[in-house]
Design a protein around this ligand. Structure first.
Ligand code: 3NM
Length: 220
């Protein structure tokens, strides 16, 4: 997939679903299919935690999820695992501050892939731009139980300080986002919301994704 530019990236961030097998209460394939029916705009495969799959099992799940994304024209992003992203010809990667730098990842992936970086302050946002990131993930906006080693909860502060400094890069909020607070995250200045639990633990992921999409739309 080739990205036309920043405007397209901002739109893709709208309802950004992140998940791995350990996050799902039922078959991840079904969860992803339902989430797509509900209107997610981007998907990130994040196979992490004590119960995460490894090796061939991880690759097989990634391929199955990527096939579903391709069928529905939803970009498929891989969290951290650059080798897997290259092997599967994924649409992009998302990396954290402790991973390989975005500039190195850009050299490995080429210009037509989406690269996202987690940024927790203004300096990291500026560095992400210098390194050639397409977007930043800012969080945790609200308390989350999904990731244990997060930075302190930020609310609107980091997004707003990035915008006050006129730093120009698409922003997606992350951490504890639900259909109830998604509109606020957009009003803080984010282009979209990324969620794990709000969709993967929902009794009806399709309905959950729909409600998030409508909250994001109203927030804009
Ligand atoms: N990164 P949920 S918070 C993967 O702050 C991740 O960078 C965060 O999961 C950060 O939607 C987080 O279930 C977990 O709260 C998001």
């Amino acid at each position: 997939m080739v990205y036309a530019g920043e405007k397209e990236v901002r739109e893709l961030l709208g309802v950004y679903f992140i998940m791995g097998s350990a996050n799902c209460l039922k078959n991840p394939i079904e969860v992803l299919e339902d989430a797509i029916k509900g209107g997610i705009t981007l998907f990130q495969f994040r196979e992490k935690g004590a119960e995460a799959l490894h090796g061939d099992e991880k690759k097989e799940l990634a391929k199955s999820l990527q096939d579903i994304c391709r069928k529905h024209h939803i970009p498929f992003i891989v969290n951290d695992d650059i080798e897997l992203a290259i092997e599967l010809d994924a649409d992009g990667v998302h990396i954290g501050q402790d991973d390989e730098s975005a500039s190195k990842v850009r050299r490995r992936l080429g210009s037509n892939k989406l690269i996202g970086v987690s940024a927790h302050n203004v300096a990291q946002a500026k560095q992400a731009i210098i390194d050639g990131a397409d977007y930043i993930g800012v969080g945790p906006i609200y308390p989350t139980v999904t990731k244990l080693d997060t930075e302190p909860v930020q609310g609107s502060t980091v997004i707003q300080s990035i915008l006050r400094e006129n730093i120009h890069i698409p922003i997606v909020g992350i951490g504890g986002i639900t259909e109830k607070n998604a509109g606020d995250v957009i009003r803080f200045g984010a282009d979209g919301v990324s969620v794990i639990t709000a969709i993967s633990h929902a009794p009806f992921p399709e309905k959950a994704a729909k409600k998030l999409a409508s909250a994001v739309k109203i927030g804009h």
